[in-house]
Design a protein around this ligand. Structure first.
Ligand SMILES: [Zn+2]
Length: 419
């Protein structure tokens, strides 16, 4: 058996942390009637549109129209499958599809989806969609000890779910009247920005007690926040029911977001940062966050997705800033090869306690693909570590396995304080 094969076998017995998902509580999944079109409705849907599958002339930015169509079970399955089937042959060599293909085999026992089996697979998917499906997929097949979901609800009824909350939930104020009522219900009479900051302090403590381990935000071109006085004036104007214009709303958002980033550091909550890949990815450049990394040295930042395509830039960010960690969630299925080459460079550049190997990054609709994503991640980590063993930079198989255990388990446990 080659070093790679031995290592892969050992890695496939390790406990893992699934360090980023968009999963809703299991009851949401159980309320659905999943079929093969669900499997194509996330990530692969982008490749389908890119390949030319553009019903109603949609563009990639209108992908929600195709996503909603694929998940709309009141439309006959045949009608939905007919729209995407001609394009599967164009996307089947991509890594998004590969995760689907692996999951299809491992979870449902099929090699491909085609006209002869799409109904049968769909029946099987419905049959398997029963209580315990999260444990079966995430705990039994993926060996996850902890899963870090980002979702609007916090109550997952599963102890292994440790939520990360979308920062805009607190930073983006759309309705001041609703905000006042909500805060009052929780014992806060909000009459100024200071009052709201006190409420945020309370809220983070409360979330932490309920198992929340981090806040999630997204890379954006850096803008210096306004002074407290200026933000307070805008906040008070909002409270008196004067409609705020978009620049005022924006100014307040920038101020509150940064306050939350600072507060997260004080309360030992990680700030997870989406970087790269999506849509007009120029806006999502990981380098936009450098001023935040410098300004809040006590806040831990978990930089996502290797900042693809700025993989090298993220290596230098994590090298130069003690408070930045690198999370390979989503990366393995965006590009397996880019992840492997990037990770080899990470080993040259970044201390290894700063790297998190895996996060599935899926939604309930097709969450069985977490299995496929994990299998690719296991291969990628085994490839990188076996190469380092061959180069004699790692001295033994055992040492390589210790490193794998850090990447898949110990690092995320320490970074997010899971134990
Ligand atoms: Zn995500």
């Amino acid at each position: 058996m080659s070093i790679y094969e031995s290592l892969l076998r050992e890695i496939r017995a390790l406990l893992i942390v699934d360090a980023h998902e968009h999963l809703a509580p299991e009851k949401v999944r159980l309320s659905l009637k999943p079929d093969v079109c669900f499997l194509f409705s996330h990530y692969t849907v982008n490749d389908l549109i890119s390949a030319g599958c553009r019903p109603w002339g949609i563009t990639a930015r209108e992908r929600w129209k195709l996503i909603d169509f694929l998940r709309n079970t009141s439309i006959p399955l045949e009608e939905r499958f007919k729209v995407i089937e001609p394009y599967i042959k164009y996307i089947k060599y991509g890594t998004y599809y590969r995760a689907l293909k692996i999951a299809l085999k491992e979870v449902y026992g099929y090699d491909e989806v085609n006209w002869s089996n799409y109904k049968e697979i769909s029946d099987k998917m419905k049959e398997e969609n029963k209580p315990g499906i999260y444990d079966k997929i995430l705990v039994e097949k993926c060996r996850a000890k902890y899963v870090l979901p980002q979702w609007s609800e916090l109550d997952f009824e599963k102890k292994y779910m440790r939520p990360v909350v979308w920062v805009n939930k607190l930073a983006e104020i759309k309705d001041f009247t609703g905000l006042k009522i909500k805060c009052r219900e929780e014992g806060f009479d909000v009459r100024s920005l200071d009052d709201y900051l006190n409420y945020l302090d309370f809220k983070l403590d409360q979330w932490k007690k309920r198992g929340v381990v981090g806040l999630k935000t997204v890379s954006m071109p850096y803008r210096e926040p306004p002074s407290f006085d200026k933000a307070d004036r805008v906040f008070r104007k909002g409270l008196t029911s004067f409609p705020l214009d978009s620049s005022e709303r924006d100014l307040l958002f920038i101020f509150i977001r940064e306050k939350l980033i600072e507060l997260a550091g004080k309360k030992d909550l990680v700030v997870a940062v989406h970087a790269g890949v999506w849509d007009d990815f120029r806006q999502l450049d990981p380098r936009h966050n450098i001023p935040l990394f410098q300004k809040y040295p006590e806040t831990k930042f978990d930089l996502y997705h290797m900042g693809m395509p700025w993989v090298r830039d993220t290596a230098f960010i994590a090298k130069n800033y003690h408070n930045v960690y690198l999370n390979l969630c989503w990366s393995h299925i965006v590009s397996s090869h880019m992840t492997v080459s990037g990770l080899l460079e990470y080993f040259d550049i970044v201390p290894i306690n700063k790297i998190i190997a895996f996060g599935g990054d899926y939604l309930v609709y097709s969450f069985e693909k977490v299995v496929g994503h994990l299998r690719i991640a296991e291969e990628n980590i085994a490839q990188v570590l076996s190469k380092l063993v061959e180069e004699k930079r790692i001295s033994s198989l055992n040492e390589a396995l210790e490193v794998a255990r850090m990447l898949f388990y110990e690092n995320p446990v320490k970074i997010y304080g899971l134990e």
